[in-house]
Each structure stands twice: as C-alpha cells, then as structure tokens.
Design a protein around this ligand. Structure first.
Ligand code: ATP
Ligand code: MG
Length: 484
C-alpha cells in the first residue's frame, strides 16, 4: 500500500522535478514546490513524537508556518521509526522563544531554539537562506561556511540543506509534504544526492562527505554518481575539519545502530584515514582476518546493544579501534625492558596523541578507554583475592567484554575469558575457592612480560632516562593506581 502510494507520488514528482530543474537552470527566482497531500503519503502523526507535535501546533496556532523537516520526515517516508525531530519555521528565534517558556536560544554558527521537555529536546530553526545572501553569512578559507545566519524563505531553506531526501517538509497546517528538491523521487529511487553543485557543497562543508556515507549506510541507499565523484574530490578537506566536529560525526556513525555498515562504508570510501589514522595504516599494511573479525565483533555487539535499547558508551568501541596499536607499542616497550603496566600507559599516551589530531575524544571517554586497556593484563594475570577485587572495579564489565572479544581472535585468552564468565555465575563463597585455580596467560606480551617479576633496577633506569623529556609512564601509573 505504502509502496504504491510512493510510486504514484514519484511518478508525479518526476514531472514536477523536471519542471523544478528547468526553473532552477533558467533565471527563475524560486523553485516550484511539489505538494503531496496527506492522503497520498505515508507520514502519519503517529510517527511524530508527542513533543514535536506540541511544538508544531503551538507555532501554527501562533500564526507561524511550522514544518517538520530533515531526518524525521525522511525516516518516516522510508518506513523507519524517526528518532529526532527538527522543526523549521518562519518565526524568528526570539519569536519562538516567546512562545515556549521551556526554551533557550543556542548556537553561533546556527542560531537555533531548543524547546526542552526533560531529556527530550526539539530543535526549532528559522528558515535560512544561502550563506552568501545578506550579511549574516561568512565563508572562510577553502570555501567553508563559518557563519550561517541569514534568514530566508522555506524555498531558500530547502536549497541550503545537504541532500534532497533531507529537504522534505511536513506541513503541520495541512499535513502535506512539500518537496523543492526532488527528494521524494530520490526516496523512491533510494539515492542520496547533494542539492546544487556537489563539489561546491562539499567544499562549503566537508562533513557532508561523511554524512553521505553515514546516511547511505543507515538507510541502505546508494549515493548519486555526481555526488560520489564530488566526495572523492573533496574528501581530503576532512583533514582540516575541527577534531571536535569529527568526534560528533564519529558518534553518529557508530552509535546509531548501524555501526557495522558505517565502518565498512567508511573504509570503502577511503575515509578511515580521517577518523582513525593508525588503524587505517595498519589495515592498509595487512588486513588481517583476526583484526577484522575482532572489529566486526565489537561493531556487531554495539549494534546489538542499540537494538536492545541497552546503554552504550563510545569508550568501548573507541578502545577497540585503537587497541591494536596500543598493544603493539606496549609489546615493543616490554621487549625493551618496561613493565607491562608502564608499557601500556606509555603506549596509550602515544596512540592518543596521534588520534586526538584526527578526532577529539573528551576525557570522560578517554579515561575509561585507558582503564579498559589497563585492566586487560590484570584480568589475564591476577589470581586469588586480587582477581576477585577486580569484580568491584567500575570498568570491570566493559573490560571483561573487551577481554572476551579479544579471546575470539587470541586463543591464548580463551581459558581465562571462560574462567571470568564462569566466576560471575558463582556465589561469593564458591568464587573464593574458584579464584585459587584461576588460569593465567603466558607468552602473550612477549619475552620478559607476565607474570615476570618486576625488575626494580630496570624500572628505575627507564624512569630516569625519560623524566627529562616528559612524564614517565611509571609516574602516570603511580597517579592512577599502580599496576601489578
Ligand atoms: P540522523 O538520522 O542522523 O538524525 P539527519 O539528516 O536528521 O540524520 P541531523 O544532523 O539531525 O541529520 O540534521 C537534520 C537536518 O539538518 C538534515 O536532515 C539536513 O536537512 C540538515 N543538515 C544537517 N547537517 C547539514 C549539513 N552539514 N549541511 C546542510 N544541511 C545539513
Ligand atoms: Mg536528525
């Protein structure tokens, strides 16, 4: 039924689209909209959150135009349950703010109003024109938009959005869908197509390259050929995107419930180097089946948790992406005589320093990542009461999950991972007994590593050598709790 409706719409939309394109290429002032009445599209109010409807209705009653736009409309049209709802209106941010006591104006690059209902936030944006019109916009080096606050009409608002399928508007006044960019046709053809000249649009905001890859993975759409070729021409600009913005995109890539598809698409489009440069280099050199299978397991696990509505933390997945390099560097330091805990601390510092140039990782995540890494040798080697104490560590769960996934590709870890699984099924008394016979892992960290006794002499020598240059790994380990 829905498919048939869309088919009709798309047939209709094709002729409208041709007209729109003709108008755009001529000197006509504004494109013609295709308006699809409620009876002919599948977006029902049931698919829209209660709070988003409240915002739309209040704006409408206040005499303003109010539309749902972006991912919410797009997802509803393809039959996915929309997650976030963005509202576009002709009311200014101040007018919106005056209508909602529970709202605040935010942003500099984009001034928006957040209407806050507890943890649910509805974003309300005033229609915006192209950044090069009026004096509220600003273009920086390499054609990038740095300020984008020129208010405009709904038509102009549609044309400055990224993809045609992201520029569909659901009008609360009559529940119709309004299409200025051929988005309905692209929904039907399952394509992501940049609006306007694709190279210019990618230069304006290189993150659109990542968005195309991410959203095409999410919806399992194709990317239009011209868009695709613009993406490969401009992908290098991602290297200059501020790391904080890259981190936001990474969160969306890997926390939306389609992390596995995202990761493979990122690799396919040769974008991994901008996100995880060390992992990229490693996979270029040798795409080992073990590494791929560990990463796939971690990605799959994340997607599964999202599907089950279980809490997820970016720390877990990020810890996996960086682990092979942390592990390799730690092994080298151990071969040079470092103790395993110090070696891991030092390796984590080095790897993080490289990683943070690509994407920033807030301390609230990088802290737990280190903790997960540092717990690995303890889970492997500690026995008796010491091992039982680890159960109380606040990162135990994540570190144990991490160990189990490592065990999938490292047979030496299988007995110890199994032991931890069995331990958690026992009551306290039985646990104490069980802990005595904990298997330990040997040979994993190379020559003189575990459970090799800590050589004080060697440690001291290492420390003095390094203090001149920077904080030594052993200093760090003292501060964060010593390693055994
Ligand atoms: P998701 O399913 O990830 O939420 P989305 O398309 O809704 O996908 P948002 O980041 O929530 O993504 O953005 C909402 C809308 O804002 C988009 O659909 C698009 O219309 C517009 N938009 C977002 N980012 C850009 C951008 N970089 N350039 C142009 N328009 C953008
Ligand atoms: Mg969205």
């Amino acid at each position: 039924m829905e498919a048939r409706l869309l088919k009709r719409i798309s047939g209709f939309s094709k002729s409208m689209l041709d007209k729109t394109r003709t108008m755009l290429s001529s000197n006509a002032p504004a494109p013609v909209a295709l308006i699809v009445p409620r009876a002919e599209h599948p977006v029902s109010r049931k698919l829209i959150s209660h709070n988003a409807l409240k915002v739309l209705n209040r704006l409408h009653e206040g005499g303003f135009a109010a539309y749902l736009v972006g991912g919410g409309v797009r997802d509803a049209l393809v039959g996915l349950k929309p997650k976030d709802f963005d509202v576009a209106t002709n009311a200014s941010p101040e007018e919106v703010k005056a209508l909602f006591r529970n709202s605040r104006i935010i942003g500099r690059r984009f001034r928006l109003v957040h209407v806050v209902y507890g943890r649910d936030i509805i974003e309300v944006a005033t229609f915006r024109a192209a950044h090069n019109k009026g004096d509220g916009g600003e273009i920086g080096e390499s054609g990038r938009i740095v300020r984008d606050n020129v208010f405009g009409s709904i038509e102009e608002d549609a044309l400055r959005r990224d993809f045609s399928v992201n520029a569909l508007y659901y009008n609360i006044a009559d529940h119709s869908i309004v299409d200025y960019t051929g988005g309905l046709e692209d929904i039907d053809g399952k394509v992501f197509r940049l609006i306007g000249d694709p190279v210019t649009r990618c230069e304006e905001d290189p993150v659109r390259v990542l968005r195309a890859v991410r959203l095409a993975s999410k919806l399992e759409f194709d990317i239009d050929e011209k868009t695709l070729s613009a993406m490969s021409k401009t992908a290098h600009l991602l290297a200059d995107v501020p790391p904080a913005r890259m981190f936001e995109e990474v969160l969306k890539l890997f926390q939306g419930g389609y992390a596995q598809r995202s990761f493979h698409a990122v690799r396919e489009h040769e974008l991994l180097v901008y996100l995880f440069p060390l992992l990229h280099k490693r996979l270029q050199a040798n795409e080992s089946a073990e590494l791929m299978s560990m990463l796939n397991a971690a990605l799959k696990n994340t997607d599964k948790r999202v599907a089950q509505n279980k809490p997820i933390t970016p720390a877990y997945l990020l810890a996996f992406m960086l682990w092979p390099d942390v592990e390799e560097r730690a092994r080298k330091a151990i071969a040079d005589g470092a103790h395993i805990g110090d070696a891991l601390h030092g390796a984590a510092d080095e790897v993080m320093a490289i990683q943070l140039k690509a994407i920033s990782i807030p301390k609230r995540f990088s802290g737990p990542m280190r903790e997960i890494w540092l717990l690995q040798p303890r889970l492997e080697q500690w026995r008796g009461n010491r091992s039982l104490k680890l159960l109380e560590n606040r990162r135990f769960r994540a570190a144990y999950d991490f160990l189990c996934l490592r065990a999938k590709t490292e047979p030496l870890l299988t007995p110890v991972a199994r032991w931890w699984t069995e331990l958690q099924e026992l009551d306290e008394e039985a646990q104490a007994e069980f802990a005595v016979n904990k298997p330990t892992v040997s040979g994993l960290w190379g020559g003189n590593a575990p459970g090799a006794a800590r050589s004080k002499k060697r440690r001291r020598r290492r420390s003095t050598k390094k203090t001149a240059a920077k904080k030594t790994p052993s200093d760090v380990s003292k501060k964060q709790g010593s390693d055994g």
